[in-house]
Design a protein around this ligand. Sequence first.
Ligand SMILES: C[S@@+](CC[C@H](N)C(=O)[O-])C[C@H]1O[C@@H](n2cnc3c(N)ncnc32)[C@H](O)[C@@H]1O
Length: 283
Amino acid sequence: MEFLGTNKYKIIHGDALQALKYEVKDNSVDLIFADPPYNIGKNFAGCKDKWNSDEDYLDWCYQWLDLCIKKLKTNGSFYVMTSTQFMPYFDLYLRNRINIMSRIMWYYDSSGVQAKNYYGSMYEPILFCVKDKNNYTFNSEEIMVEAKTGSKRKLIDYRKNPPQPYNTRKVPGNVWEFARVRYRMEEYENHPTQKPIALLDRIIRASSNEGDLVLDPFSGSFTTAYVAKQLGRSCIGIELQEEYIKIGLRRLGLSNEYRGEVLHRVMKSYRREETEEQLSLNF
Ligand SMILES: C[S@@+](CC[C@H](N)C(=O)[O-])C[C@H]1O[C@@H](n2cnc3c(N)ncnc32)[C@H](O)[C@@H]1O
């Protein structure tokens, strides 16, 4: 295990179970966002996301789920993701150990190739849980969205006395539409399951306050830590793969060098084309 970063923005290069067990204090974290490998065969820097059996995967998950609950403060919040096929097991396991407040569906339009012989997957599930349902942070004012009901058409709500226009803003429901991170997007990093900044922005604004501690045990491209820093929170990011640690160091502005290697963003091929085009125009 290796420790990088600063006290405020910690990066732990190592295994999530070990790091959670030995390096994070119990009852110390305000918000945890956990986006583990989904056991669907993705390639994380050469490491295949596939367990020998579903039982093995779930046994492993139950261990870090327990640890996450242990690390949360009594007023803390926990958001957890996994694939659609495993989320029912997480749900059943967690409902006896923590309060599940919302079952969120992150929906995206997958305009690329879609399944032809069954219904293609267009969403990923997220559970929003709190330790104490009578005492937790929820900054609803911070995450308001435009209401698509009568407010848009300036309808009057006659159920109210006296009648009033419909509210124009509301707390988002449990279906969240955010575009997936694509190659051409500014925020793109070289990680197969990078989560969008907009998704983490909503979660961190709603469920933590400035100065709070946010933890991500499976940091990947470090979106959680990046957004936490932007929003004035402290963070701990744990990640197993060195390739992604390098992304974290750079993305968090902690270092532009790692063991003598200069860290820079992936040079996108269309940028290269643009540069070459510009060069040929210039000469
Ligand atoms: C679904 S991805 C997380 C993506 C991340 N939320 C983002 O926005 O980029 C899961 C990550 O967990 C990492 N990982 C897998 N096993 C791990 C372990 N035992 N401990 C820590 N990280 C692990 C993988 O390398 C991968 O980057």
